[in-house]
Design a protein around this ligand. Sequence first.
Ligand code: F3S
Length: 284
Amino acid sequence: MEVKLAKTAGFCFGVRRAVDTVYRELEDKPDKKIYTYGPIIHNGEVIKDMEVKGVTVLKNEEELWAVKDGIVIIRSHGVPKYICDRMEELGIPYVDATCTYVKKIHEIVEKESKKGAHIVVIGNADHPEVEGICGWAGESVTVVSSAEDAEKFSPADHKPICIVSQTTYNYNKFKDLVEIISKKGYDINVLNTICSATKKRQEEAASIAKEVDAMIVIGDKHSSNTQKLFEICNHACDNTYYIQTLDDLDTSQLRSVETVGITAGASTPKNIIEEVQNNVRINF
Ligand code: F3S
């Protein structure tokens, strides 16, 4: 069995930085309580390890506002502006581990909103990154997730439109939705803000999936970038499997294949990828 492991599989730069920030704060400030606002990454194994080391995950705003002592770490997805403002008002110390690519989108939407644009965010409305981005725009902001949303969309008060994307969005879907809005003839400024790490990961996954008999995508079921990676691979290879850890791999499905491709989402730790890779190599 030949195994092709994607070079881009696993932690991206932003997730690595957020995870490292938590461990660094734990080490540097042993007398302080460390909190993360939401799970720092979509990976149960990593979260469990952090909890064992004393990190508490704050589940909602109520828990956040109640922090009296300690340091809050903002995860790579980022948060709406009012969250940062309120933490400052309440004197809650925090370390902002928002990925620099996401921060850049916050800056764009804030600036363009102030200039009078209606912001369109192409992405999943209930994803924390998208909620965060919307929270840096003014009142005129719309999330577009489907062709239907794009068809229905019209800007408030004939404002010019500024379109950005969730960093982990599927580039082809982004293009299709932009095209629908563009056809309406509005004054549009399109900024493709899909991050380069995501773009490379998706391109590599698609090219491996095309060449192999079966494809394995590893990542948490709640990870939006892994779900998109699965969609892309599944489109190129019918035999694509979405697993969270080695335990989910149904070995009988790989019995008759000769080549297997492996990729993983941005929040999948290296040890899980290696475990799957070694198992597939040895056992088939
Ligand atoms: Fe940042 Fe891209 Fe990762 S936006 S968190 S480098 S997927």
